[in-house]
Ligand binder design. Sequence first.
Ligand SMILES: [Zn+2]
Length: 394
Amino acid sequence: MSRTSTPGSQTSLREANRARIVDSLKHHGHLTQIELAGSTGLSPATVSNIVKELSASGVLNTSITSRSGKRATEVTLARELGLVAGLHFSSRHLRVAISDVGRTVVAENHVPLALDHRHDRELDRATLLLSDMLESVDASFSDLLSVGIALPAPVDSVSGMIATSGLLKGWEGVPVAQVMGDRIEVPVFVDNEANLGGLAEARFGAARGTRGAAYIRVSHGISAGLVINGAIYRGVTGKAGQIGHVTIDENGPICRCGSRGCLDTLAGGPALLELFRDDPGMQRIRDLLVRAESGDASARRVIADAGRHIGIAAASLCNLFDPELLVIGGELAQAGEMLLAPLRHALERSALAGSLGVSEVVPGELGDRAEVLGCLALAIENVALEAEVRASLR
Ligand SMILES: [Zn+2]
């Protein structure tokens, strides 16, 4: 039988302190010993002792670095512990990345997806792609500690299934984490793509250090990830942040969710491309971006109108959620100020101004990799290291 610890005993206290250090490193990636003391609330001496012990038992790696000209010991989870993978299924792309637990990405790839893709076919393809990528770094599924998956629909955190019907038909009623986990025999964790994009931007992108931020992902659909003090707010059933289904025009077109005049029906990718339906050169958001970049007035106008509509919905989001920052990501965000300036303008007109004015609007820093980096963060957070941590207790 493994060592047991009575709550309140010396052993359980030491175990809890070790777990705090490991959790803090899962969260931040790498920290100096001083930063670890700050993030865990433990004394520098306790941190130093635990880091020494966990390094000796192979759970942590340390290296000498400098912070503001001073020597400092930087601590990470030991890369030798194993690998994690992230799979981002968006509406039109699959992006896969493999990293070590210290967050260094060792392989990355992406492939296009058909519209209305289905779970069975795509999980097969993703498994093959992941298998090839693992092979390219001399690894196999047995080296994977956990996998994070992002899906382009809200995910019910209790059932693990798509939380609402109509938004991702080919994946409805499927416990994706369980199905994929059984297939590759690795623990799998699933969340909505905007939540994971938001998590990555909040951990190591544009929203770093904010207390409350919303990441608005503008692509085929529009959705938001709400991040409070570094943690995702999902709501009770996973539907929080579905800004694409905020009603903008109650007499507007029917939306795939069954409602009318949702933001998605006015500013989602298909709605924008529909305005160019007689133009065979306008099949994807990419085509619209290229056309706008070349100075085409109607393409620029369509993007500006999308920005205005998103700004109106974002104003409601700000009035309800009161974030410090709005980070705009997703493919259409590549339009830059063409999208952001009218978005800001609409936000300023419709949002309540607080003591700091309205929320600041900035582009994402992580580009189209935000979501897959969020998948890796989700996977790392869920790596079970309790056994290793306990084994280091003498
Ligand atoms: Zn809708």
